[in-house]
Design a protein around this ligand. Structure first.
Ligand code: GLA
Length: 409
Protein backbone atom coordinates (compact mmCIF):
# COMPACT_ATOMS: atom_id res chain seq x y z
CA UNK A 1 0.00 0.00 0.00
CA UNK A 2 1.31 3.41 -0.90
CA UNK A 3 1.55 5.97 1.89
CA UNK A 4 2.09 9.10 -0.17
CA UNK A 5 -0.01 12.22 0.33
CA UNK A 6 -1.90 11.58 -2.91
CA UNK A 7 -2.50 7.92 -2.05
CA UNK A 8 -3.82 8.92 1.37
CA UNK A 9 -6.25 11.44 -0.11
CA UNK A 10 -7.49 8.79 -2.52
CA UNK A 11 -7.82 6.24 0.23
CA UNK A 12 -9.81 8.51 2.53
CA UNK A 13 -12.14 9.61 -0.27
CA UNK A 14 -12.60 5.98 -1.40
CA UNK A 15 -13.34 5.01 2.20
CA UNK A 16 -15.87 7.82 2.42
CA UNK A 17 -17.56 6.70 -0.79
CA UNK A 18 -17.63 3.06 0.32
CA UNK A 19 -19.37 3.98 3.58
CA UNK A 20 -21.66 6.82 2.48
CA UNK A 21 -22.48 5.87 -1.12
CA UNK A 22 -20.86 8.76 -3.00
CA UNK A 23 -18.30 11.45 -2.34
CA UNK A 24 -20.11 14.43 -3.86
CA UNK A 25 -19.25 17.68 -2.14
CA UNK A 26 -16.60 16.12 0.10
CA UNK A 27 -13.65 18.14 1.37
CA UNK A 28 -10.49 16.65 2.87
CA UNK A 29 -8.52 18.11 5.77
CA UNK A 30 -5.09 16.92 6.85
CA UNK A 31 -3.01 17.46 9.97
CA UNK A 32 0.56 16.15 10.17
CA UNK A 33 2.28 14.46 13.10
CA UNK A 34 5.28 16.12 14.72
CA UNK A 35 8.82 15.34 15.72
CA UNK A 36 10.31 17.33 18.55
CA UNK A 37 13.80 18.53 17.63
CA UNK A 38 14.63 19.67 21.16
CA UNK A 39 12.85 20.79 24.33
CA UNK A 40 11.57 17.59 25.92
CA UNK A 41 9.39 17.59 29.02
CA UNK A 42 9.55 21.35 29.10
CA UNK A 43 6.04 22.08 27.82
CA UNK A 44 4.06 21.38 31.00
CA UNK A 45 6.77 23.25 32.88
CA UNK A 46 5.84 26.29 30.74
CA UNK A 47 9.24 26.34 29.08
CA UNK A 48 10.38 26.23 25.45
CA UNK A 49 9.96 23.56 22.80
CA UNK A 50 11.15 23.29 19.21
CA UNK A 51 9.13 20.70 17.26
CA UNK A 52 8.45 20.45 13.54
CA UNK A 53 5.72 18.71 11.61
CA UNK A 54 6.47 15.57 9.62
CA UNK A 55 5.24 14.59 6.16
CA UNK A 56 2.67 12.07 7.39
CA UNK A 57 -0.49 12.55 9.33
CA UNK A 58 -4.23 12.13 9.59
CA UNK A 59 -6.70 12.72 6.75
CA UNK A 60 -10.40 13.46 7.24
CA UNK A 61 -12.89 13.43 4.34
CA UNK A 62 -16.02 15.23 5.45
CA UNK A 63 -19.42 16.50 4.26
CA UNK A 64 -22.15 18.39 6.10
CA UNK A 65 -25.55 16.79 6.66
CA UNK A 66 -28.83 18.68 6.67
CA UNK A 67 -29.85 17.04 9.98
CA UNK A 68 -28.06 16.57 13.33
CA UNK A 69 -26.73 13.09 12.68
CA UNK A 70 -23.02 12.45 13.28
CA UNK A 71 -21.62 9.53 11.25
CA UNK A 72 -17.91 8.77 11.37
CA UNK A 73 -15.91 5.86 10.04
CA UNK A 74 -12.29 5.01 10.80
CA UNK A 75 -10.70 3.30 7.83
CA UNK A 76 -7.68 2.17 9.78
CA UNK A 77 -9.73 0.49 12.51
CA UNK A 78 -12.61 -0.48 10.23
CA UNK A 79 -15.08 0.89 12.77
CA UNK A 80 -18.14 3.09 12.45
CA UNK A 81 -19.98 5.25 14.95
CA UNK A 82 -23.18 7.26 14.63
CA UNK A 83 -25.42 9.29 16.93
CA UNK A 84 -27.46 12.49 17.10
CA UNK A 85 -25.34 15.51 17.98
CA UNK A 86 -27.07 16.03 21.35
CA UNK A 87 -26.85 12.34 22.30
CA UNK A 88 -23.09 12.24 22.88
CA UNK A 89 -21.83 9.56 25.22
CA UNK A 90 -18.16 9.59 26.28
CA UNK A 91 -16.20 6.91 24.38
CA UNK A 92 -13.51 4.80 26.06
CA UNK A 93 -10.64 7.20 26.86
CA UNK A 94 -7.75 6.68 24.45
CA UNK A 95 -9.90 5.10 21.70
CA UNK A 96 -9.93 6.88 18.32
CA UNK A 97 -13.52 7.89 19.08
CA UNK A 98 -12.43 9.70 22.25
CA UNK A 99 -10.27 12.08 20.22
CA UNK A 100 -12.65 12.57 17.31
CA UNK A 101 -15.95 12.74 19.18
CA UNK A 102 -14.28 14.71 21.97
CA UNK A 103 -13.56 17.43 19.40
CA UNK A 104 -17.11 17.21 18.04
CA UNK A 105 -18.63 17.50 21.52
CA UNK A 106 -16.38 20.40 22.55
CA UNK A 107 -17.28 22.32 19.41
CA UNK A 108 -20.97 21.69 20.11
CA UNK A 109 -20.62 22.79 23.75
CA UNK A 110 -18.76 25.90 22.64
CA UNK A 111 -21.62 26.79 20.29
CA UNK A 112 -19.62 26.26 17.10
CA UNK A 113 -21.30 23.13 15.78
CA UNK A 114 -25.06 22.71 15.46
CA UNK A 115 -25.37 20.43 12.46
CA UNK A 116 -24.59 16.85 11.62
CA UNK A 117 -21.94 15.58 9.22
CA UNK A 118 -20.42 12.41 7.86
CA UNK A 119 -16.70 11.75 7.82
CA UNK A 120 -14.12 9.11 6.98
CA UNK A 121 -10.71 9.13 8.66
CA UNK A 122 -7.43 7.55 7.65
CA UNK A 123 -3.78 8.14 8.44
CA UNK A 124 -0.23 7.15 7.58
CA UNK A 125 1.43 7.82 10.92
CA UNK A 126 2.74 4.90 12.86
CA UNK A 127 0.41 4.87 15.89
CA UNK A 128 2.31 4.74 19.17
CA UNK A 129 5.60 5.72 17.53
CA UNK A 130 5.62 9.00 19.43
CA UNK A 131 4.94 11.21 16.41
CA UNK A 132 1.68 12.57 17.89
CA UNK A 133 -0.88 10.62 15.92
CA UNK A 134 -3.47 11.58 18.56
CA UNK A 135 -2.81 15.32 18.30
CA UNK A 136 -2.93 15.02 14.49
CA UNK A 137 -6.28 13.23 14.78
CA UNK A 138 -7.74 15.95 16.99
CA UNK A 139 -6.42 18.80 14.86
CA UNK A 140 -7.47 17.21 11.54
CA UNK A 141 -10.99 16.66 12.92
CA UNK A 142 -11.25 20.24 14.17
CA UNK A 143 -9.94 21.72 10.89
CA UNK A 144 -12.37 19.55 8.88
CA UNK A 145 -15.33 20.57 11.05
CA UNK A 146 -14.36 24.21 10.82
CA UNK A 147 -14.70 23.89 7.08
CA UNK A 148 -18.13 22.23 7.04
CA UNK A 149 -19.63 24.33 9.85
CA UNK A 150 -17.91 27.55 8.78
CA UNK A 151 -17.22 28.89 12.29
CA UNK A 152 -14.57 31.42 13.21
CA UNK A 153 -11.79 30.13 15.44
CA UNK A 154 -8.16 31.14 15.56
CA UNK A 155 -5.63 28.35 15.20
CA UNK A 156 -4.35 29.00 18.72
CA UNK A 157 -7.85 28.58 20.12
CA UNK A 158 -8.34 25.48 18.00
CA UNK A 159 -5.15 23.77 19.21
CA UNK A 160 -5.75 24.66 22.87
CA UNK A 161 -9.23 23.18 22.51
CA UNK A 162 -7.62 20.01 21.14
CA UNK A 163 -5.35 19.84 24.18
CA UNK A 164 -8.46 20.20 26.36
CA UNK A 165 -9.97 17.24 24.51
CA UNK A 166 -6.85 15.18 25.14
CA UNK A 167 -7.07 15.95 28.89
CA UNK A 168 -10.80 15.52 29.32
CA UNK A 169 -11.87 12.91 26.78
CA UNK A 170 -8.71 10.85 26.15
CA UNK A 171 -7.66 11.43 29.79
CA UNK A 172 -4.02 12.11 28.98
CA UNK A 173 -2.51 15.08 30.83
CA UNK A 174 -0.22 16.19 28.01
CA UNK A 175 1.36 19.61 27.58
CA UNK A 176 0.52 21.92 24.67
CA UNK A 177 3.44 21.02 22.39
CA UNK A 178 1.90 18.31 20.23
CA UNK A 179 -1.36 20.02 19.31
CA UNK A 180 0.45 23.30 18.75
CA UNK A 181 3.06 21.71 16.52
CA UNK A 182 0.53 19.71 14.48
CA UNK A 183 -1.85 22.65 14.05
CA UNK A 184 0.49 25.62 13.71
CA UNK A 185 3.80 24.21 12.41
CA UNK A 186 4.53 25.23 8.82
CA UNK A 187 6.08 23.45 5.90
CA UNK A 188 9.83 24.15 5.61
CA UNK A 189 9.97 25.38 9.21
CA UNK A 190 10.30 24.22 12.79
CA UNK A 191 8.30 25.94 15.52
CA UNK A 192 9.80 27.70 18.51
CA UNK A 193 7.06 27.87 21.13
CA UNK A 194 7.07 29.55 24.51
CA UNK A 195 4.66 27.31 26.41
CA UNK A 196 3.97 30.03 28.98
CA UNK A 197 2.88 32.90 26.73
CA UNK A 198 2.13 30.74 23.64
CA UNK A 199 4.21 33.17 21.62
CA UNK A 200 5.69 31.29 18.72
CA UNK A 201 7.96 31.70 15.77
CA UNK A 202 8.28 29.55 12.67
CA UNK A 203 12.01 29.14 12.10
CA UNK A 204 13.14 28.19 8.55
CA UNK A 205 14.88 24.81 8.44
CA UNK A 206 17.76 25.26 6.04
CA UNK A 207 19.93 22.20 6.47
CA UNK A 208 21.83 22.09 3.16
CA UNK A 209 23.29 18.59 2.75
CA UNK A 210 21.98 17.44 6.10
CA UNK A 211 18.70 15.65 6.75
CA UNK A 212 16.41 15.14 9.70
CA UNK A 213 16.30 11.38 10.17
CA UNK A 214 13.64 9.80 12.36
CA UNK A 215 14.19 6.23 13.50
CA UNK A 216 11.41 4.29 15.15
CA UNK A 217 12.68 1.89 17.82
CA UNK A 218 9.54 -0.21 17.30
CA UNK A 219 9.27 -0.39 21.09
CA UNK A 220 5.70 0.15 22.29
CA UNK A 221 5.57 2.86 24.89
CA UNK A 222 3.83 0.75 27.54
CA UNK A 223 5.31 2.53 30.55
CA UNK A 224 4.75 5.93 29.10
CA UNK A 225 1.52 7.16 30.68
CA UNK A 226 2.25 6.24 34.30
CA UNK A 227 5.84 7.49 34.08
CA UNK A 228 4.63 10.67 32.37
CA UNK A 229 2.33 11.46 35.29
CA UNK A 230 5.08 10.65 37.80
CA UNK A 231 7.41 13.10 36.04
CA UNK A 232 4.73 15.77 36.16
CA UNK A 233 4.29 15.21 39.89
CA UNK A 234 8.06 15.35 40.46
CA UNK A 235 8.27 18.66 38.62
CA UNK A 236 5.43 20.01 40.77
CA UNK A 237 7.26 18.90 43.88
CA UNK A 238 10.31 20.85 42.72
CA UNK A 239 8.18 23.94 42.12
CA UNK A 240 6.74 23.67 45.62
CA UNK A 241 10.24 23.70 47.05
CA UNK A 242 11.34 26.80 45.12
CA UNK A 243 8.09 28.65 45.74
CA UNK A 244 8.68 28.39 49.49
CA UNK A 245 11.72 30.62 48.95
CA UNK A 246 10.15 32.89 46.39
CA UNK A 247 6.39 32.89 45.95
CA UNK A 248 6.62 34.37 42.45
CA UNK A 249 7.84 30.97 41.25
CA UNK A 250 4.90 29.12 39.75
CA UNK A 251 6.52 26.66 37.35
CA UNK A 252 9.99 25.28 36.63
CA UNK A 253 10.19 27.82 33.83
CA UNK A 254 10.71 30.44 36.54
CA UNK A 255 13.73 28.61 37.98
CA UNK A 256 16.90 30.09 36.51
CA UNK A 257 20.17 28.14 36.37
CA UNK A 258 21.53 30.36 39.18
CA UNK A 259 18.56 29.81 41.42
CA UNK A 260 18.75 26.09 40.80
CA UNK A 261 22.47 26.06 41.64
CA UNK A 262 21.94 27.94 44.89
CA UNK A 263 19.30 25.45 46.14
CA UNK A 264 20.73 22.28 44.70
CA UNK A 265 21.73 20.78 48.08
CA UNK A 266 18.23 21.15 49.49
CA UNK A 267 16.67 18.93 46.83
CA UNK A 268 16.39 15.17 47.04
CA UNK A 269 18.58 13.39 44.45
CA UNK A 270 15.62 12.53 42.20
CA UNK A 271 14.06 15.99 42.27
CA UNK A 272 17.50 17.51 41.70
CA UNK A 273 17.98 15.44 38.55
CA UNK A 274 14.49 16.19 37.19
CA UNK A 275 14.98 19.86 37.81
CA UNK A 276 18.47 19.94 36.29
CA UNK A 277 17.07 18.47 33.10
CA UNK A 278 14.25 21.00 32.73
CA UNK A 279 16.36 24.05 33.60
CA UNK A 280 19.14 23.04 31.17
CA UNK A 281 16.78 21.86 28.44
CA UNK A 282 15.04 25.24 28.26
CA UNK A 283 18.39 26.89 27.66
CA UNK A 284 19.30 24.27 25.05
CA UNK A 285 16.16 25.11 23.06
CA UNK A 286 17.05 28.79 22.90
CA UNK A 287 20.67 27.98 22.06
CA UNK A 288 19.56 25.59 19.31
CA UNK A 289 17.46 28.24 17.62
CA UNK A 290 20.37 30.67 17.79
CA UNK A 291 22.69 28.08 16.23
CA UNK A 292 20.24 27.25 13.46
CA UNK A 293 19.77 30.90 12.59
CA UNK A 294 23.55 31.26 12.44
CA UNK A 295 23.84 28.13 10.26
CA UNK A 296 25.89 26.39 12.98
CA UNK A 297 24.58 22.88 12.41
CA UNK A 298 27.37 21.15 14.37
CA UNK A 299 26.36 23.10 17.47
CA UNK A 300 22.73 22.13 16.90
CA UNK A 301 23.72 18.46 16.72
CA UNK A 302 25.77 18.68 19.91
CA UNK A 303 22.83 20.18 21.76
CA UNK A 304 20.60 17.35 20.56
CA UNK A 305 23.00 14.78 21.95
CA UNK A 306 23.33 16.71 25.22
CA UNK A 307 19.54 16.70 25.46
CA UNK A 308 19.51 12.93 25.04
CA UNK A 309 22.07 12.43 27.79
CA UNK A 310 20.02 14.60 30.10
CA UNK A 311 16.80 12.69 29.30
CA UNK A 312 18.62 9.41 29.83
CA UNK A 313 20.50 10.23 33.05
CA UNK A 314 18.58 13.04 34.74
CA UNK A 315 14.97 12.81 33.59
CA UNK A 316 15.23 9.02 33.14
CA UNK A 317 12.71 8.59 30.33
CA UNK A 318 14.91 6.82 27.79
CA UNK A 319 15.37 3.05 27.40
CA UNK A 320 18.22 0.79 26.19
CA UNK A 321 16.77 0.63 22.68
CA UNK A 322 16.66 4.42 22.26
CA UNK A 323 20.13 4.73 23.78
CA UNK A 324 21.57 2.25 21.30
CA UNK A 325 19.94 4.01 18.34
CA UNK A 326 21.46 7.30 19.49
CA UNK A 327 24.88 5.65 19.90
CA UNK A 328 24.74 4.06 16.46
CA UNK A 329 23.88 7.39 14.85
CA UNK A 330 26.57 9.23 16.74
CA UNK A 331 29.20 6.67 15.74
CA UNK A 332 28.42 7.31 12.06
CA UNK A 333 30.70 9.74 10.30
CA UNK A 334 28.54 12.57 8.95
CA UNK A 335 26.02 12.45 11.81
CA UNK A 336 25.92 15.66 13.85
CA UNK A 337 23.73 14.58 16.75
CA UNK A 338 20.86 12.45 17.91
CA UNK A 339 18.29 12.17 20.69
CA UNK A 340 15.10 10.44 21.74
CA UNK A 341 12.03 12.47 20.87
CA UNK A 342 8.61 12.70 22.55
CA UNK A 343 7.65 11.08 25.83
CA UNK A 344 10.32 8.34 25.63
CA UNK A 345 10.39 4.73 26.89
CA UNK A 346 10.25 3.73 23.22
CA UNK A 347 9.00 5.59 20.17
CA UNK A 348 11.51 7.37 17.98
CA UNK A 349 14.86 9.10 17.87
CA UNK A 350 15.55 12.19 15.80
CA UNK A 351 18.98 12.88 14.33
CA UNK A 352 20.72 15.22 11.97
CA UNK A 353 22.77 13.36 9.39
CA UNK A 354 24.62 14.22 6.16
CA UNK A 355 22.65 12.71 3.30
CA UNK A 356 25.68 10.73 2.07
CA UNK A 357 26.03 9.09 5.49
CA UNK A 358 22.50 7.68 5.53
CA UNK A 359 23.34 4.36 3.77
CA UNK A 360 26.18 3.70 6.27
CA UNK A 361 23.83 4.50 9.12
CA UNK A 362 21.22 2.12 7.71
CA UNK A 363 23.84 -0.68 7.68
CA UNK A 364 24.77 0.01 11.28
CA UNK A 365 21.20 -0.54 12.35
CA UNK A 366 21.79 -4.27 11.88
CA UNK A 367 23.49 -4.11 15.31
CA UNK A 368 20.20 -2.91 16.77
CA UNK A 369 18.30 -5.82 15.27
CA UNK A 370 20.97 -8.26 16.45
CA UNK A 371 20.72 -6.97 20.01
CA UNK A 372 16.98 -6.41 20.40
CA UNK A 373 15.39 -8.53 17.67
CA UNK A 374 13.54 -5.47 16.34
CA UNK A 375 13.72 -3.93 12.89
CA UNK A 376 13.91 -0.15 13.25
CA UNK A 377 11.95 1.95 10.81
CA UNK A 378 13.85 4.85 9.22
CA UNK A 379 12.13 7.99 7.86
CA UNK A 380 14.08 10.70 6.14
CA UNK A 381 12.07 13.85 6.52
CA UNK A 382 11.74 15.42 3.09
CA UNK A 383 9.12 18.15 2.88
CA UNK A 384 7.18 18.49 6.10
CA UNK A 385 3.45 19.22 5.83
CA UNK A 386 1.10 21.71 7.47
CA UNK A 387 -2.45 21.37 8.74
CA UNK A 388 -5.23 22.55 6.48
CA UNK A 389 -7.55 21.64 3.67
CA UNK A 390 -6.17 19.56 0.85
CA UNK A 391 -6.26 21.61 -2.38
CA UNK A 392 -7.06 19.05 -4.99
CA UNK A 393 -9.09 15.90 -4.65
CA UNK A 394 -8.53 12.90 -6.89
CA UNK A 395 -10.46 13.33 -10.13
CA UNK A 396 -12.70 10.34 -9.64
CA UNK A 397 -14.02 11.88 -6.41
CA UNK A 398 -15.48 14.85 -8.29
CA UNK A 399 -19.18 14.31 -9.02
CA UNK A 400 -20.29 13.72 -12.61
CA UNK A 401 -22.13 17.04 -12.78
CA UNK A 402 -19.24 19.14 -11.67
CA UNK A 403 -16.93 17.27 -14.03
CA UNK A 404 -19.17 18.17 -16.95
CA UNK A 405 -19.07 21.78 -15.89
CA UNK A 406 -15.30 21.66 -15.62
CA UNK A 407 -15.03 20.26 -19.15
CA UNK A 408 -17.34 22.93 -20.52
CA UNK A 409 -15.42 25.68 -18.72
C1 GLA B 1 4.31 13.93 25.06
C2 GLA B 1 3.31 15.00 25.47
C3 GLA B 1 3.88 16.39 25.23
C4 GLA B 1 5.25 16.55 25.87
C5 GLA B 1 6.16 15.37 25.51
C6 GLA B 1 7.47 15.40 26.26
O1 GLA B 1 4.53 13.98 23.69
O2 GLA B 1 2.12 14.85 24.72
O3 GLA B 1 2.98 17.36 25.71
O4 GLA B 1 5.14 16.69 27.27
O5 GLA B 1 5.53 14.13 25.75
O6 GLA B 1 8.23 16.48 25.84
Amino acid sequence: MSHTHTAMIESVVDGFRARFGDADGVVVAMAPGRVNLIGEYTDFNEGFVFPMTVDRGVYVAIRARPDRRVRVTSIRYDEFVEYDLEQFEPPTPGSWQSYVLGVVEELRLRGRLAQGFEAAIDGNLNIGAGLSSSAALEVATAVALQQVAGFEMSRVELVTMCQYVEHNYAKVLCGIMDQFACGIGRSGHALLLDCHSLQHENVPMELGDYRIVIISSEVKRSLASSAYNTRRAECEEAVLHFSQHDNSIRTLRDVTPNLFASHIDELSPIIRRRCRHVVAENQRVLDTVGMLKAGALEGFGELMTASHRSLRDDFEVSCPQLDLLVELVNSTEGALGSRMTGAGFGGCTVSIVHHEAIPTLAEKLADYTARFGLIPNVFILQKNSEAGLVDSLPRKSVSRNSMRQEQRG
